[in-house]
Design a protein around this ligand. Structure first.
Ligand code: GLC
Ligand code: MG
Length: 546
């Protein structure tokens, strides 16, 4: 076996700790609860878990507002429990990735408390302070992503500080080398403890224009879009020099063995792939969110895969994300049947996939009544459909009270159908989406081509999307997905193979020839016979609707 970095062949699973499992009956998930569920994750077949922030926090943005980067918030548990969890993960062969929030702290972080206390504070320059603009208002037109001006007046000093997100999430000043050093120290702290990597929050925002120029108006802005879209984020995001700051963090990670850095970056593909860094000294994986926002059409998806594959820098490794704690659930977007096809897509594309907890159950968005809204984004900018509570609903484990998540009413409402859609119930159904995920994850382990092989597009016509994963040494797998509800005919000239898995029929196996049919909403995986020596170029496929 070639010597490949662990994370290339790995599948990452995002745990939203508040909503995973509650052990102490306070209605909020915690580390001890997660610890209990490690066997479930191991059995699912994932390789690494990424935990959304578990650090000390006033929890206004549910942990993305950190007041101590080196402490576990008591809501989630103790440092002892964290170390025990990390150990338990490693003993069972799972890696652990934490969430680093370098763009901002909580306003309760001692750095900010000190910074705000006086113009002479040694921490004053750790944050972005400015005099008011000429009219006495905010220094410029920069808007917060969470609504309103990005500038907050501090009455005491008469100066404004900048916050990309909530006003209680002041942005750190990354032009100050002390800030960079302090965040490096945080990385050292957790890496030395044995943490395997970090997902880095809002990474494309950390550096801003040195001259604080106004952002230009966005001619394409339409009412109903997030309010910050009114201006193009020319001077507030994706700064040219951000890559030097990231490279410094990468050097820190590289001082340890086998550590992984992932960046949360919402940018168009050409801008996104720059975060691999020139000479690949950036993050290992800039999260690729293309599937989160695209229309569910074969041609659209084929095109975005191709565009992405084509612009990946030499030597870089792709990755795919189908859901996270900020975006609507895939099952609500495409429906139950297509959620299964989506699972096959995610787990057969080339690159490291990230599964969001609950998507393996086909969880839909929970229903959130107006009086149940807790997400500060929805509270600040109501009615635009930006709310994220619905995607943060607790994991339903069984059909007992509170879905086995907690002994008390959970902090966020359960999904409507938790009594039938829960881990215990789906576990018993051979054809459930949960068991489909398990099979898919199992196949990724068995077929080298799926984990590490090359990607060859075959066709995207009508609702059919067909591609091959190929491994030079060993196997080839053809994946044929029907993204619609009508049968599709596929002709893959010269092919013969064995059916590995169908999304609609767990029992389906046996030989398949070069002409086959995809049933409505069916995804098929076919192990291409080695004898056929199928070359991507030789698979001229004709797809037609029946
Ligand atoms: C990231 C997180 C999101 C959070 C924001 C501000 O986008 O994923 O949940 O609200 O950063 O920290
Ligand atoms: Mg708890």
């Amino acid at each position: 076996m070639e010597n490949v970095a662990w994370w290339k062949g790995a599948v990452i699973y995002q745990v939203y700790p508040r909503s995973f499992c509650d052990s102490d009956g306070d209605g909020v998930g915690d580390l001890a609860g997660l610890r209990e569920k490690l066997p479930y994750l191991k059995n699912l077949g994932i390789d690494a878990i990424w935990l959304s922030p578990i650090f000390r926090s006033p929890m206004v943005d549910f942990g993305y507002d950190i007041s101590d980067y080196r402490e576990i918030d008591p809501l989630f548990g103790t440092m002892e429990q964290f170390k025990e969890l990390l150990d338990a993960c490693h003993r069972s062969g799972l890696r652990m990735i934490l969430d680093l929030v370098p763009n901002h702290t909580s306003s309760e972080h001692p750095w900010f408390v000190d910074s705000r206390s006086s113009l002479q504070s040694v921490y004053r320059d750790w944050y972005i302070w400015r005099e008011p603009g000429p009219d006495g208002g905010p220094p410029n037109n920069w808007l917060s992503v969470f609504g309103g001006s990005g500038w907050e007046l501090d009455e005491a000093s008469g100066q404004y500080y900048y916050h990309t997100f909530l006003s209680c999430q002041p942005d750190l000043n990354w032009r100050n080398p002390d800030v960079s050093a302090a965040i490096q120290d945080v990385l050292h702290f957790w890496f030395a403890m044995g943490v395997d990597g970090f997902r880095m929050d809002a990474l494309w925002y950390i550096l801003k224009d040195e001259q604080f120029r106004d952002n230009p108006p966005n001619p394409e802005y339409k009412a109903g879009q997030p309010p910050d879209y009114q201006f193009m984020p020319l001077y507030t995001a994706d700064h040219e020099e951000v890559h030097d700051l990231i490279a410094a963090m990468r050097r820190t990670a590289d001082a340890y063995q086998d550590r992984l850095l992932i960046g949360e970056i919402y940018l168009p593909p050409v801008r996104l792939v720059r975060y691999y860094g020139l000479d690949l000294e950036g993050v290992h994986l800039p999260f690729n969110f293309a599937l989160l926002e695209c229309a569910w059409h074969a041609r659209t998806i084929a095109t975005l895969i191709e565009e992405y594959e084509n612009i990946l820098p030499e030597g870089s490794w792709p990755n795919w994300v189908l859901g996270n704690h900020d975006r609507p659930r895939i099952a609500s977007k495409v429906g139950d049947d297509q959620a299964r096809v989506a699972a096959m897509l995610l787990l057969t594309l080339r690159g490291t996939p990230t599964i969001y907890n609950g998507d393996e159950l086909g969880m839909p968005l929970a229903e959130i009544r107006p009086d149940q809204v807790q997400d500060p984004l929805e509270l600040n900018v109501p009615g635009l459909g930006l709310g994220r509570d619905a995607v943060r609903s607790p994991m339903p484990w069984d059909s007992t009270a509170q879905a086995g998540f907690s002994e008390r009413e959970p902090w966020c409402p359960l999904i409507g159908d938790w009594q039938i859609r829960n881990v215990a119930a789906l576990d018993q159904e051979p054809g459930s989406i949960l068991n489909l995920y398990r099979r898919l994850l199992n196949l990724r382990r068995r077929y080298h081509s799926l984990a590490l092989g090359s990607y060859h597009p075959v066709a995207a016509r009508g609702d059919a999307l067909v591609y091959i994963r190929k491994s030079a040494q060993s196997d080839s797998v053809l994946i044929a997905l029907n993204l619609g509800s009508e049968a599709q005919k596929v002709i893959a000239e010269g092919m013969s193979g064995e059916i590995l898995l169908s999304t609609v029929d767990a029992e389906m196996h046996g030989p398949v020839a070069d002409k086959f049919e995809l049933r409505p909403n069916e995804g098929l995986m076919i192990a291409v016979s080695t004898g056929a020596k199928l070359k991507a170029a030789s698979v001229s496929s004709q797809l037609s609707k029946t």
